[in-house]
Design a protein around this ligand. Sequence first.
Ligand SMILES: [Zn+2]
Length: 489
Amino acid sequence: MLWSFIKIALFLTVVAAATLGLAHLADMSGGLRLTTMGMEFTLGPLQAVIAAIVVFLLIWLVIKVVGLVVAFLRFLAGDETAITRYFDRNRERKGYQALSEGMLAAASGEGRLALSKAAKAERYLQRPELTNLLMAQAAEIAGDKKRATEGYKRLLSDNRTRFVGIRGLLRQKLDEGDTETALKLAQKAYALKPRHREMQDTLLSLQTEKGDWKGAREILQAKLRQGELPRDLHKRRDAVLALQEAKGVMEEGASVEAREAAIAAAKSSPDLIPAVVMAARAYIDKGKPRAAERILRKAWEAQPHPDLAAAYAEIKPDETAEARLKRFATLLSARPDHEETRLLKAELNIAAEDFPAARRALGDLVETHPTARVLTIMAAVERGEGADDVVVRGWLARALTAPRGPQWCCDKCQNIQADWSPVCDNCGGFDTLSWREPQKGAAPLPHGAEMLPLIVGKPSEPVVEAEIPEAEIVDGVEEGQQEAETATK
Ligand SMILES: [Zn+2]
């Protein structure tokens, strides 16, 4: 702008000077007289015009040269010019090409190729937030763990890529089985993105594995708030965690708060057998048998279970069989037609030596659902009524091969556990154990039959010790492993 203004001004000056000069020339007749450096020149009109043109050309040349020098100096100083712009565009194009080729290579599992493309892209682009990620992923695919770790660590330095870096490191640690570090990383990642679903689940499973019930309950609460967990499911899982938290505190010896926590857990989920049993035992220890009876009966209404009956028996451990039968009437009236209630009633009657009543309590269970427990009770009834030893042995022989009835089964891997726990021993699934009959082919474990010696007293000879076929256990474990492997993939 300024430059063109100067040019115009210069041009006008030159034109004006030429006009003046010509007018001057026309006035003079004797030519132009110049005095320079002590010498005197006398020029004719034509010579004067030529001299003016020469001077004009010299000035124009000087201006051009100065302009060129200025442009050259600016180029040296690193100013953006068409040349540098051309080279920059070329680099960028090559860089993005390498980046996209690298991403395709990574997606198709060619780790080495992806790595070299990532290095190329980094050289051309100078944008670490893009290339570091590709570098880390490519290194991971190529099996170069060290380089992948370095790549993820570099991502940590940038705010925009920190989460991605932590997530990559976390996955590496999980693969290595370093759950200690993985838990810390998951907590950091969760702090960055509390709504990230995958991170919530990872953190939750790590916390339950480590026994951080308090932290796990917080995550559950967050999931409920975000509407990712149905309310009833949250209630049940929270109760499970509360129970575990309480158990941990109980072991440390802080009894009062722990018992209250256990009772709170039982209250929020009456169908959760272990929580209720624990709460009831806490009441018994506190000398509040009425409260224990009340919550046990409430739980029996929801789901009759041998563990509840066992806890109910513990309220008065020294009573006679007749008194026990009478006291249990409250519990038995809750769900009179349930199979568990009928079995319990039969067992109590056997203990009280009222064998016809025991037979009546069993009813048609021998035909409709002949489990090992039903058949064992039948044997006891027959013996009590004075039947022949052959008949008693016949019932016991049938009991050995009969199905075991409901057990604590994992819904995920079909593993059977003698006691309930929040995490499956076999596959590590959280809150997957439910009280039901095992699927066909699963290895049976005696559980329900434990009630009989508890109420009747120890039998004189071992009656129910079935051998578990080894092949079935192996099958079960293998199934579990497959399941666990597909879950981690
Ligand atoms: Zn399992």
